[in-house]
Design a protein around this ligand. Sequence first.
Ligand SMILES: [Zn+2]
Length: 269
Amino acid sequence: MIIDVHTHINNYHEERVVSLEDCLNRLTGTMQDNHVDYALVLSSYKVNEHRPSTKQVVEAISGRDNLGVVAGISYLHYNHRDLREIGEYLESGLIKGLKFYPGYEPFYPNDIRLKIVYDMAIEYDVPVMFHSGDTYAPTGKIKFSHPIHIDDLAVDYPDLKIVICHVGNPWIKDCMEVVYKNKNVHADISGLVLGDFSDKFERYMKKEIEEMITYAGDPKYLLYGTDWPISNMRSYLNFMGQLDLPHEKKELILWKNASELFKIDTSKF
Ligand SMILES: [Zn+2]
């Protein structure tokens, strides 16, 4: 069983306009090729012709049992309609979590402006995911996406379930301390490469992730995710295969932790 907690259906190659349906078919086709049973699709903090809204994604995946939606929230631009829509989707179980993009937008996770959204996540018991570490865009501001700031949020909201995306890369040691210290914080390993891992980079990351587990203990907090289509699914599964971990611990990372955290019913697959 494999659950990928981090995929996108944004059109990153903006010269090629691909329909939402085509993007979803490409995603499920790639999942099938790689024996991935379920994936979460994260919507963006921006909506434009290349980046579908949460509503568009929710409508487009209806009837596809192997996909779930995590709603991207804009720190700068949310309004009362967005909050109402998110509330309705949470109430009806149509979204499995919320995603925030510090670094791409200028805010620290523990900003009071987001309290209302965190309170909703606690009420409906869904995780909140944070972009963390490097921003692909040079216009991003990485002081905001440093994983150390997640500690503030985790302490002030002990009932909030938090995911640090990309293990805070390159600040993996900082991420590992925040995860070790706070029982309500998880991390996903998505987006560590553009495309495929090179042998050299794979060796480097293997060491980093193994050290994280040595320090923070039994990987109950670690989630498998790719950031597809930015990172290649096959290369990611090869990377998982390289990790020096017993089978039961890989199972935790590959699907068990995600199934529990996002309440994904794996009996259907
Ligand atoms: Zn991503």
